[in-house]
Design a protein around this ligand. Structure first.
Ligand code: CAA
Length: 282
């Protein structure tokens, strides 16, 4: 793995670029505007500073990491000489489809195409490319520099060589790869989102306040964050999108999103990113 392109510099994209660069794999971070790229680089620098302060890395590693990242505003240019492309654009099938159609034409034939999607079908995304056997899900977790898991999602046509390369690459990043097959929500969100949804039903039905629901799960189940704090951290719009993917994919009412979640998203209360969700961050 000599060079990697990460498409999208949001929370997940900048975290993914951070871990590749920190492990000495040069990364091209592709964004649509310079201001978005600058924001991504600022986040990476801030997170590296945090790691220096905690003595996890030294100042030299921070500088080397930043030097391993270059920015590109043109998608076609950014993927033309890389071995792996990781897409981390917003969770919208039409947007991802457009991105992969372009990437497929512009990236070298040997390049593996990966999506960091948290729930969209890998098989369906692979089908828009001419290389479904080289297409795979590489699902990281937020905060990427901290969380050990990479859920590696095999599409219907993903071949063993592609899986092996991505498994080895994940280990190179000091992550723990876990293989899963392509089903709605994979494993992570099929298990996590019903828990978050049920926590929201508890608030909706007046079983307990958001604070008390979270306290139960933190103190009783040793979760580092309660489900509602975690929902705010992930983004309530993202949680709703994933629940809808589960509901549409399985046609099972157990995945129906709580009306309170829908209402909060309609009101623009999306969690950390808007300053207000189940908790207030202002
Ligand atoms: N970059 C680098 N380091 C970071 C960081 C970042 N962005 N964010 C936190 N850290 C480090 C801190 O420096 C700290 O390091 P030490 O242990 O050495 O002190 C450590 O992480 C813990 O951070 P804090 O002390 O600031 O705060 P905390 O103890 O409350 O932990 C947390 C924060 C790691 C986020 C923890 O609360 C946690 O694990 N929460 C659950 C996160 C989770 O479930 N993520 C998955 C979300 S789902 C998803 O991403 C995918 C999806 O498809 C929806």
């Amino acid at each position: 793995m000599k060079k990697v392109a990460v498409i999208g510099g949001g929370t997940m994209g900048n975290g993914i670029a951070h871990v590749f660069a920190m492990n000495d794999i040069p990364v091209t971070l592709i964004e649509t505007k310079q201001e978005f790229a600058d924001r991504a680089l600022n986040s990476i620098e801030k997170n590296l500073d945090r790691m220096v302060k905690k003595e996890k890395i030294d100042e030299g590693r921070k500088v080397a990491t930043l030097n391993n990242i270059s920015v590109e505003l043109e998608l076609v240019k950014g993927v033309k000489d890389v071995d792996l492309v990781i897409e981390a654009v917003p969770e919208n099938y039409d947007l991802k489809k457009k991105v992969f159609e372009t990437v497929d034409k512009a990236a070298p034939d040997h390049a593996i195409l990966a999506s960091n999607t948290s729930s969209i079908s890998i098989t369906k995304l692979a089908a828009v490319t001419s290389r479904p056997e080289k297409f795979i899900g590489m699902h990281f977790f937020n905060p990427v520099p901290v969380m050990k898991l990479v859920e590696i999602v095999r599409g219907l046509e993903t071949d063993d060589d592609t899986y092996d390369v991505i498994e080895k690459t994940s280990k190179l990043l000091a992550k723990v790869p876990v293989p899963v097959n392509d089903f709605p929500g994979f494993v992570s969100n099929r298990v996590l989102m019903p828990m978050i949804n049920e926590a929201i039903f508890c608030v909706q039905e007046g079983v307990a306040t958001a604070e008390h629901v979270d306290e139960v799960m933190k103190l009783g189940m040793a979760h580092p964050m309660g489900p509602l704090r975690l929902a705010d951290f992930i983004g309530l719009d993202v949680c709703l999108d994933i629940l809808n993917v589960l509901y549409d994919g399985f046609k099972d009412p157990k995945y129906r999103p709580a009306a309170l979640l829908v209402k909060m998203v309609d009101a623009g209360k999306l969690g950390d990113k808007t300053g207000q969700g189940f908790f207030n961050y202002n």
